[in-house]
Design a protein around this ligand. Sequence first.
Ligand code: 6PG
Length: 260
Amino acid sequence: MYLCGILLLLPCTFSEVIICPMIDPRTFSFSSVEDLSDAVGRRVLELVESDKDIFSIALSGGSLPTLLANGLLKYKNFIDFSKWHIFFADERYVDHSHPDSNFKACKGAFLDRVPEAHIYAIDMSVPLDECAKRYQEQLIDVLGGSLDEPPVFDLVMLGMGPDGHTASLFPGHPLLKETSRWVAPISDSPKPPPERITLTYPVINAAKNVIFIATGTSKVDVLPRVIIPSDQVNEQSLPAARVRPVNLEWYIDEEAGAKL
Ligand code: 6PG
């Protein structure tokens, strides 16, 4: 038995946590990234069901892997990382040792905790389209599902760009309408590098839990346009606004949330 009781005993270290009850989805704002990181770490550990032998999580790139790893550091001795299976919500089509590789960022943040075989890198030995197909096959192999039923993650962790993109789903891109593939290739990403693979909405929205992390002033204008009541989401919404799973939470800092 790992964490549950111990986590509850740990003192709350949040210097300032403003829970915005009037906003759907649940949004938590923090005065510092350190407090946000700690809260995310505690929340992720609450979601790791101690009676299950696998915890499946999809991570985004950018600032997210390090922020999550820092948030988990305090509790690392209480966690059974051997049951973690880490996929990527999106991944750049670059060598695993390339500075742009999300796998490289994640290995750096988690390697000494999660078995390397449980951190699923993309297959760079094949062209981009085939790479996406193989990642989808690997997803189904580990999590279940089929070509008709999207695999279900325990948790998908997403970031958001200043344009409202998330994973590698960008405003106005045809991939926003993708419903038959769970992992898709993109070769014209406006955020470099241009070639990537990305989870699509059917998988993201099938997840048991989705956590968004948004920090910094570059998100201040887009955030109010994305954190909107679910009954106002429409086809034209920004990519991040179209993430509508059963359980959705936002963890933001005060800079990003200044206009909420
Ligand atoms: C990627 C990311 C991307 C990222 C956002 C936010 O691989 O580029 O998955 O979607 O999450 O661009 O990045 P930051 O958190 O670094 O601002």
